[in-house]
Design a protein around this ligand. Structure first.
Ligand code: NI
Length: 164
């Protein structure tokens, strides 16, 4: 298990633009394995490499609509099309205890590469589409608190926990 420390808001590397991955080497495999372990341990729906201090364009998103999460590794991801709109709560492992209402597309098509450098497309909707947008924002130094329509009150956060 390679659990890495998740960087919290205030660290300047979260505001930086990450560089493309150019080499699909052993170092990348280790980074992705560690990110998977770190994300699974945190029970999150997404993690971007800059959140573990690596300024490279690599993210992992989790489809949590089934019984077990399905993880997608997206290297050099780009949103190539989007459709519709969803307005809902969003959080971030780098901003603990803060939740905001963020408007995102309902569906996105993401072009990316897998860990071996093979191109593929992911069509995502709902929470997975939200996670793709949120994680790709991280690669551009954008945190959700700068795109939130408003923040949830402590009471609303408590209620959200009870609904789960
Ligand atoms: Ni985040």
């Amino acid at each position: 298990m390679g659990i890495r420390k998740i960087i919290k808001k205030g660290d300047l590397s979260l505001k930086k633009t990450s560089r493309p991955v150019t080499e699909y080497n052993a170092r990348l495999q280790i980074l992705l394995n560690d990110m998977l372990d770190t994300l699974a341990e945190a029970n999150g729906v997404g993690l971007a490499a800059p959140q573990v201090g690596v300024l490279r364009r690599a993210v992992i998103v989790a489809d949590v609509s089934g019984e077990e999460p399905i993880y997608y590794e997206l290297i050099n991801p780009e949103i190539v099309s989007q459709e519709g709109e969803q307005i809902g709560p969003e959080g971030c492992l780098s901003l603990p205890n803060i939740w905001g209402i963020v408007t995102r597309p309902e569906k996105v098509k993401v072009k990316a590469f897998d860990r071996s450098g093979n191109p593929f497309e992911l069509e995502a909707e709902g929470l997975l589409a939200r996670a793709c947008c949120h994680e790709i924002d991280h690669l551009n130094g954008v945190l959700f608190d700068s795109v939130a329509d408003r923040f949830l009150s402590d009471e609303e956060i408590e209620q959200m926990g009870e609904d789960e």
